[in-house]
Design a protein around this ligand. Structure first.
Ligand code: ADP
Length: 167
């Protein structure tokens, strides 16, 4: 049975099998959590990302973790929030679903997710957290490989939201 938990932390510090990156379509780095992951992983991560040909919104691609404690980085591209009538909720759920699919294919047991799309992409934070938790629960309801999912919150508001949703 998979264990779901929330912590307030810098995702780059976590010693898990895979961390998820809230990347952009280019996969060539950016600000926020993406920038932090590239800085911590080192230039080899960007070199591998250059070979991937970008990533569609709602999809995911896997790389090595290089200098990170995590063995893998799963890069997924969340939707930009345009008011809620542009398929944003389904695309965000797809990010979680596709990331977990890659994790399972790679034999990963522990995965840490950031709060995808809730930074410069402006997805409403509470709705994003609800989608994150419900999608992960749904995908892993019959899974006996993945043991631990950590929702990594940067701010204390997000952390409180996840704690309540996971109670
Ligand atoms: P997006 O473009 O998908 O909105 P951002 O990186 O702007 O991505 O923000 C996504 C979330 O990641 C935000 O909640 C932000 O506070 C958080 N974040 C930023 N840096 C880190 C980090 N080092 N570790 C964990 N979360 C982070």
């Amino acid at each position: 049975m998979v264990q779901l938990s929330a912590i307030q932390a810098d995702i780059t510090s976590l010693d898990v099998d895979a961390i998820v990156n809230a990347a952009n379509n280019s996969l060539l780095g950016g600000g926020g959590v993406d920038g932090a992951i590239h800085r911590a992983a080192g230039p080899e991560l960007l070199a591998e990302c250059r070979t991937l040909g970008g990533c569609e919104t709602g999809e995911a691609k896997l790389t090595e973790g290089y200098s990170l404690p995590a063995k893998y980085v799963i890069h997924t591209v969340g939707p930009v929030w345009h008011g809620g009538n542009h398929n944003e909720e389904a695309l965000l759920a797809s990010c979680y679903r596709q990331s977990l699919m890659l994790a399972k294919q790679a034999g990963v047991k522990t995965v840490a997710f950031p709060c995808i799309s809730t930074g410069v992409y402006h997805f409403p934070k509470h709705l994003a957290a609800e989608i994150a938790v419900s999608t992960v629960k749904e995908v892993l309801s019959n899974d006996d490989q993945i043991e631990q999912i950590t929702f990594v919150c940067f701010g204390s508001d997000d952390y409180q939201t996840y704690i309540r949703l996971l109670e």
